[in-house]
Ligand binder design. Structure first.
Ligand code: HEM
Length: 413
């Protein structure tokens, strides 16, 4: 099989700016990121819409090195380039993802208790049941809007089941996490202010949920959290709300896009779809991993320098922001053979979609993989001719690799 050549871009090196929200609406993003990776792998970018400038890391090895060196590349001052270190204090919401060890280690140990084998097994059952229900609901129709009717339905249901969010509150939480992570998309607010407002509402919701579980314990993560202790004391309220916010946002806004990109990839690579259909069970695990690599649902995570450092031959200063572009690392030709081939049997596949190591590696990676496997398998088993019938409508964001809408069709059953 011949190697698929790297895609091209019409942008010059200086015109490539992944900070720009509009950049991510283009069709040649992978060509543009390849240009950066080859010609200026560590680049300084100004944020044209919001926030100060920052360093962009585009090679897999650089992203991995920064992820592991948490003492230099701190998470404690915010996680996306749209915000600046001082915004973190203004927003006032510090969840585990925006802390460093040793506090991070303690918080993560607490939430790990919520992800016990028993909880995860329970979640697996509900992933299968929910995926069946989702396909039952659309199967007779033949034409659907895939994101609102399929891909966004499963993750919110699963994480809300696990955390213990009552059914009636879920549409509101879906709306809030959309607004929290909308980047610059006006459909969901699209400003720093709307982001901050959504964050506050989610944090308050988390606090309310926690308090109600103190009075009426259930078998869910919210109950585990309110009964957890840190340094011998109950988890303080200022940690509880953000914790619940993080789980709901992280569980919701990422997996949905993996599933949407998955359908788009199988539509644009019909041979891969046929291969998967020939052995649905056998290819499921490698196909799901490849979907996450291909999709890179989180475009980047941001860190902030705690000291002056010489990194990859570039002098960086304390306080500067650094973006780790997973979307580029996941197409790095020094790390992946034939990276522009969507290959459902790719092995090995040490993809960085869930992070590239270090203390913040995705807590929900196992759950997310199960959701992608079960949802795609259910779709292909029952609606084998399903395909996208139009291009994805993209989210205007430099953080979430989001698809807002994707028309799809299949033979009704
Ligand atoms: C395909 C879906 C998903 C992708 C691509 C994804 C990706 C990521 C990435 C890139 C990070 C940050 C890694 C770093 O900074 O080094 C992260 C962290 C995290 N993810 Fe996921 N994630 C997904 C699904 C989920 C799900 C379903 C949950 C549900 C609980 C979840 C919960 C978290 C949490 C709590 C963190 C913070 C971990 C920490 O700070 O220690 N994620 N995820």
């Amino acid at each position: 099989m011949s190697e698929i050549p790297a895609p091209t871009t019409t942008l010059t090196l200086d015109e490539v700016n992944p900070a720009s929200f509009d950049f991510w609406l283009r069709d040649d993003i992978h060509g543009a990121m390849a240009r950066l990776r080859h010609e200026r792998p560590i680049a300084w970018h100004q944020h044209p819409d919001s926030g100060r400038g920052f360093w962009s890391l585009t090679r897999f090895d650089d992203v991995a090195a920064a992820s592991r060196d948490w003492e230099t590349f701190s998470s404690a001052y915010g996680i996306q380039v749209m915000t600046d270190p001082e915004d973190a204090a203004r927003i006032g919401i510090r969840s585990m993802i925006s802390t460093d060890p040793p506090k991070h280690t303690k918080l993560r140990a607490i939430v790990n208790r919520g992800f016990t084998p028993r909880m995860v097994a329970k979640a697996e059952d509900s992933v299968r049941r929910r995926a069946r229900e989702i396909v039952d609901a659309v199967a007779p129709r033949g034409e659907i809007e895939f994101v609102s009717e399929v891909s966004s339905v499963l993750p919110v249901a699963i994480i809300c089941d696990m955390v213990g969010v009552p059914d009636a509150d879920r549409p509101r939480l879906l709306d809030l996490t959309n607004r929290l992570l909308a980047g610059g998309d006006a459909e969901y607010g699209g400003t720093k202010e709307s982001l901050v407002q959504a964050g506050h509402e989610l944090r308050d919701y988390g606090l309310w949920l926690g308090r109600s579980r103190l009075e009426h314990p259930q078998e869910d993560i919210a109950t585990t959290l309110v009964h957890a202790e840190m340094d011998g004391e109950a988890l303080p309220p200022e940690d509880l709300g953000p914790f619940i916010l993080l789980l709901i946002a992280a569980g919701n806004e990422t997996t949905r896009n993996a599933i949407s990109h998955g359908l788009w990839a199988l539509t644009t690579f019909p041979d891969e779809k046929r291969r998967w259909l020939d052995d649905l069970e056998g290819h499921a695990a490698t196909a799901a991993e490849e979907i996450v690599r291909w999709a890179s649902p989180l475009l980047h995570m941001r860190r902030t320098l705690t000291r002056d450092v010489s990194f990859g031959g570039v002098e960086m200063r304390k306080g500067e922001k650094v973006a780790m572009w997973y979307v580029s690392a996941n197409r790095d030709e020094t790390h992946f053979e034939d990276p522009y081939r969507f290959d459902i049997t790719r092995e090995p596949n040490h993809q960085g979609g869930f992070g590239t190591g270090g203390p913040h590696f995705c807590l929900g990676a196992h759950l997310a993989r199960r959701e992608v496997v079960v949802m795609m398998r259910e779709l292909l088993r029952r609606l084998p001719d399903i395909e996208a019938t139009g291009k994805p409508e993209k989210l205007r964001s430099n953080f979430i690799h989001g698809i807002k809408r994707l028309p799809a069709a299949f033979k009704p059953v």
